[in-house]
Design a protein around this ligand. Structure first.
Ligand code: CAA
Length: 379
């Protein structure tokens, strides 16, 4: 067993940290304030190869691995969780199912531009009546000759509006319940495919979250991902990896808040000395750092398991559960260390605290993670 990052992983961390600090951090607060997505940052990530980290060069990727991908999401989220989730949804949720279940033709048409970062991806599973109960979706796809007609809508879709490629799920046979769900690849601009409400959110405000609407969208059979009825399995398997991307985001948010808290505690003087010299604060910082490290180890372990081709569903549910919870705790403690200043928008820690909350909710609430973990334990 070796806990040392390889030269390649250290190099990726350095590259992404430099990029994050130079290009992403300076505008993080204003993009949050203005709820503005910056496509230029995504384009730059494409140029650096971040959009195709785990995929082979033949698909437009850089032939690295899931651990490098998690390190990239972590480093982006250390300064801006919105940018972290842009990459996470793009790689884990849109590109991964095409890589895993797509035909060679679909990989050339859709995975390559996603990997090269010339197109942005999104994933449409959630509906107003089916969040945690994903199999209860109502969107339908009716086959008519060489195409399907998709009708319905999906909500809370990360990257929607700006994304060009969407992996979405619809019911092709309602009698078969979850076995009657099928996956499709949709493209922005298809007739009948439009965007609804843009959410105004507590956190990750520079990541767009929109409703997507299907009004008899004519989807060619060659855009079906996998076979009819395989959609639920594809959705669940996609989330197995996606959840670890969110763990990486949570670790990055927590690390970012801890870094700010450490710097502030050394600088801020009260009672004649830096507050870092108060044991109460030292204990708090020690607990924060320990939690971040434990969450990082769970996250890297799940990424390593996936890279080795070993089962990783339980590991990534555990990492998402733990990392999401500690991100909330650590960012709340960071605000506490900053005191009144931490509660203002003059300092970044309140943004980290607002951003952390979503990691306990999306890609399966932490209550759903507990369900998933307990299923592994009990069956
Ligand atoms: N891999 C492969 N197959 C799986 C699977 C997995 N991880 N999980 C379940 N399945 C299969 C089961 O084996 C079963 O197959 P059979 O019928 O052949 O036996 C089938 O799927 C049904 O399984 P369950 O009975 O366990 O399904 P369920 O209806 O009880 O639901 C659930 C299980 C875990 C609660 C699931 O509904 C779930 O994950 N809910 C949360 C949804 C979610 O995470 N949404 C996130 C939206 S995306 C998002 O948030 C993105 C973003 O914003 C960035």
């Amino acid at each position: 067993m070796n806990f040392q990052l390889s030269d390649e992983h250290q190099m990726i961390r350095k590259m992404v940290r430099d990029f994050a600090e130079k290009e992403v951090a300076p505008t993080a607060a204003i993009r949050d304030e203005e709820e503005r997505f910056d496509r230029r940052l995504f384009d730059l990530m494409g140029e650096l190869g971040l959009t195709g980290i785990p995929w082979e060069e033949q698909y437009g990727g850089i032939d690295s691995d899931y651990l490098s991908y998690c390190i990239a999401v972590e480093e982006l989220s250390r300064v801006c969780a919105s940018t972290g989730v842009t990459l996470s949804a793009h790689v884990s949720l849109a590109s991964w199912p095409i890589y895993k279940f797509g035909t060679e033709e679909q990989k050339e048409r859709f995975l390559r531009p996603l990997a090269e970062g010339t197109k942005l991806g999104a994933y449409g599973l959630t509906e107003s009546g089916s969040g945690s109960d994903a199999a209860a979706m109502k969107t339908t796809a009716v086959r008519q000759g060489e195409h399907y007609l998709l009708s319905g809508n999906k909500i809370f879709i990360t990257n929607a509006g700006d994304a060009e490629i969407y992996v979405v799920f619809a019911v092709t046979n309602p009698e078969l319940k979850h076995k009657g769900i099928t996956a499709f690849i949709l493209e922005k601009g298809m007739e009948g495919f439009s965007f609804g409400k843009k959410e105004k959110k507590l956190g990750i405000r520079s990541s767009p979250t929109l409703e997507i609407i299907f009004d008899q969208v004519k989807v060619p059979v060659e855009n079906r991902l996998g076979e009819e009825g395989e959609g639920f399995k594809i959705a669940m398997m996609t989330l197995d990896g996606g959840r670890n991307g969110i763990s990486a985001q949570a670790v990055g948010i927590a690390q970012g808040a801890l870094d700010h808290a450490l710097a502030y505690a050394k600088e801020r003087k009260q009672f004649g000395k830096p507050i870092a010299q108060q044991q109460g604060l030292q204990f708090m910082l020690a607990d924060m750092a320990t939690k971040v490290e434990a969450a990082r180890l769970l996250t890297y372990q799940a990424a390593w398991l996936e890279g080795e081709g070993l089962p990783y569903g339980k590991a990534s549910a555990m990492s998402k559960l733990f990392a999401g919870d500690i991100a909330m705790e650590v960012t709340t403690d960071a605000v506490q260390i900053f005191g009144g200043y931490g509660y203002t928008r003059e300092y970044p820690v309140e943004r980290f605290m607002r951003d952390a909350k979503i990691t306990q909710i999306y890609e399966g609430t932490n209550e759903i993670q507990r369900l998933v973990i307990s299923k592994y334990l009990l069956t």
